[in-house]
Design a protein around this ligand. Sequence first.
Ligand SMILES: NC(=O)c1ccc[n+]([C@@H]2O[C@H](COP(=O)([O-])OP(=O)(O)OC[C@H]3O[C@@H](n4cnc5c(N)ncnc54)[C@H](OP(=O)(O)O)[C@@H]3O)[C@@H](O)[C@H]2O)c1
Length: 216
Amino acid sequence: MASWSAMALSFCAFAFLRRPSCRFDCRVPCESTLNSDTSRSINNGVDKMVFDLLRELADALVVGAGTIRIEGYAVGRKPLVVVSRTGSVPPTQREAGSGKVLMATVSTAPYVDEAREILGRDNVLVLGSHRVDLARLKDELVLRGYRHLLSEGGPHLLRDLLDQGVADELDATVVPRVIGGSHRRITDGPPVEIPLRLTTLVEEEGTLLARWFVER
Ligand SMILES: NC(=O)c1ccc[n+]([C@@H]2O[C@H](COP(=O)([O-])OP(=O)(O)OC[C@H]3O[C@@H](n4cnc5c(N)ncnc54)[C@H](OP(=O)(O)O)[C@@H]3O)[C@@H](O)[C@H]2O)c1
């Protein structure tokens, strides 16, 4: 706790005024687009503090299978909900142990039976036939006692969480670095336009910690 700065703590102190909640956390460089493929290179100390604090506050993490595969998510302390159209359990999560990983997928997913074998029947949530119904996912997780959900990515999942009216908050850490070239944005997939209201903005060592509420 001693290494967590006052600014980072104040940013997180007001984290869960509205409940149950679904927050999306991401980090971006100073330019307007997300440098998805180099997300590790835009991590800094302040961002890491907030990242860790937000994880501490969450009951469960909800993450797209793509991000888990690419970033090689390790098995953590918090339950991890993998969102996947194929139902394929990411390699790093296959030995996670009972109840630590849930799969949110669809009935037509080619790997749904395999997911049931690996994770256990109760840990595979089939929420739709061709598209994961993310609002139902949120309700199902709340019923299981996971009221504060944190999504850490990625761009396709954020797009769908916004489109389906499931994300309540967007937390973006803007790091003081310009990264040139053409890069992906914080959402990917069909266009989506959602108004946001800035509720918190703090600065720490040149890094901006911003929280927006989704306007509905
Ligand atoms: N800078 C940042 O803050 C940040 C944050 C997160 C990620 N990233 C970066 O983003 C990149 C990954 O991008 P991505 O677009 O592949 O991420 P993603 O959205 O996590 O992954 C896409 C995959 O996740 C599953 N998925 C996502 N949304 C779904 C939905 N609504 N329903 C069903 N399945 C869904 C599908 O998996 P299946 O293929 O299994 O069906 C889909 O192919 C990585 O480079 C990562 O490092 C950056």
